[in-house]
Design a protein around this ligand. Sequence first.
Ligand SMILES: [Zn+2]
Length: 288
Amino acid sequence: MVTPEERAGPLPRERYQRAMLAVVLAALSISCAPAGAIAAPDIAPSPDTGVDRNPSCRREDFRIAIDVGHTPDAPGALSARGRPEYEFNHQLAQEMNDTFRRAGFAKTLLILMRGEGKTQLRERSVLASSFKADLFLSIHHDDVQPIFYDEWTYNGRFHHFSDKYAGFSIFVSRRNRFADQSVQFATLLGAELKKRGMTFTAHHAEDIRGERRQILDHERGVYRYDQLMVLKNTEAPAVLLEAGVIVNRDEESVLSSPNRRKQISEAALAAAVRFCSEAQDAQPREKR
Ligand SMILES: [Zn+2]
């Protein structure tokens, strides 16, 4: 999970420099991306994606920024078996990026940051905005409040876990400049995840400290979280996906599997194709 209050503290020079280095590296990874990594735009999606090619979506013109939540230095939640959230986020985001590229979305940006605190959070939005993203998708894996933690031993080590909750959730910020479109994409994504058998967890709406988030769509698992920095600051329709709860022992196993990463990536692709069609059919977005 991510919070807007990720500890920032003062701005030590080293932390700032590391964050800026990551920005440069991420930017370079786009401009220097090998041509072989980009699928030809007219490649049809594989039959098992369940995505119809919609002629009104010019995939080669639709720019998608995929944000890998957290950093190696501040890796987010710890799973029930002690794996850092950052590893789950990176693997899933990479799979999504590959899935988009194979399907003809030739302009994608994978955002990988270093450091910790608010500087690297702000820079994610700066990168996505200067990339002129048409869609921003931040990838995370979920935790629960510590009051629900229990302990167990795995591979001879103590770990915390909670099997109380499982499922995905999707967040949007009403303070994003494209808030309506953000909700629109979140709704499409939630529908595609459910279509593939995944379920929504409502635990972020519980009346306990640290939660109390408003659910905007109970069917498709969309929450409102206005203060999330990466959502409110990015100049593009933006959603944050919590792909599942990694402190849940069973769900961690499922989320670790290539098959689940494939399912989620295909859901994101199907949602992006539909969103792209609707966005391009609507009024052109104001030039940024
Ligand atoms: Zn997170």
